[in-house]
Write a protein that binds this ligand. Structure first.
Ligand code: PAF
Length: 288
């Protein structure tokens, strides 16, 4: 597994692969690799000749008072986890290469990024779209592989790629969950034992939504009320947002029909977790 630090060396290597006829998939990460990332690597390897994983904890997507300083960083462990996978190159840019002192250029999506995560974390998506654009310019992949857990991030990046005519396809990997349903996240490491038990309420609220919709409920107010009640049973849970949305526009839906995304952000103690589920209601009323 090749390790590349400078963006120019990364691009040189990618171009050499492409000139030998090989397609490239990029899996961008902030490290703290877990089974969710590993499943994205597998997906990438199924669809491209070589896989590049980037590891960079991007300061620009953390707000004031967020967990930039505490964010788990263990490059040796990350490399060990990726070692047996079909990863040909690791892109490990230094902060000084990506953000020199006089850095002053930003990429911003101004519609889908405004609500939900964007409302709770101002400037977060500006940081994400800027770094992803620069990773894409350094790696020049044909395929960008992202995880469904960060659904709004997927929507914002997909819109940016469409709007800027960037020549890359987005592929989305399913959320990987613990056996009780908790979505894998690098931030799960912050949870105490007791909080870890309570954190399953996000998945259980989503499961309750799916159950209600499968039973014929079409009113998003009713469904989200039940979700809220499930979360509020946990003593350390505090809801940031909880909504039934159109999964493309991220606008709230008036009625549950077609494809609806239930999504939520919940603080469990001091840890903020997000999760989502897209329910598809078929013409006969069955759900997928
Ligand atoms: O999802 C993440 O880990 C980050 O937001 C990303 C896409 C690597 C950009 O820093």
């Amino acid at each position: 597994m090749l390790r590349l630090n400078e963006p120019s060396r990364m691009r040189e290597w990618s171009r050499s692969q492409r000139s030998s006829g090989r397609s490239i998939a990029l899996v961008p990460t902030m490290g703290a690799i877990h089974a969710g990332h590993l499943s994205l690597v597998d997906l990438a390897a199924e669809h491209a000749d070589c896989v590049v994983v980037s590891i960079f904890v991007n300061p620009a997507q953390f707000g004031k008072g967020e967990d930039l300083g505490a964010y788990p960083r263990d490059l040796d462990r990350d490399i060990e986890l990726l070692f047996d996978l079909p990863v040909e190159a690791l892109f490990l840019p230094a902060e000084s290469d990506l953000y020199p002192g006089d850095y002053s250029t930003w990429v911003e999506e101004t519609s889908i990024s405004q609500g939900w995560e964007g409302a709770s974390r101002p400037d977060h998506f500006r940081g994400v779209t800027t770094i992803v654009t620069r990773l894409l310019l350094a790696v020049e992949p044909e395929l960008l592989v992202l995880g469904q857990k960060d659904a709004q991030q997927v929507a914002v990046i997909s819109r940016m790629i469409r709007d800027l005519l960037l020549p890359v396809e987005v592929m989305v990997g399913a959320t990987v969950r613990e056996s009780d349903g908790l979505a894998l996240s690098s931030r799960n490491a912050y949870l105490s034992g007791d909080e870890r038990g309570q954190a399953v309420c996000l998945f259980e609220a989503l499961s309750e939504a799916r159950r209600l919709v499968s039973g014929g409920e079409v009113d998003p107010v009713v469904v989200t009320r039940h979700m809220r009640e499930r979360i509020e049973r946990e003593p350390d849970a505090r809801i940031d947002y909880l909504a039934a949305l159109d999964p493309i526009t991220f606008e709230p839906v008036d009625t549950i029909a077609g494809r609806v995304m239930f999504c939520l952000a919940v603080h469990i103690g001091r840890t903020r977790l997000i999760d989502n589920d897209i329910v598809t209601i078929q013409s006969g009323g069955d759900t997928v």
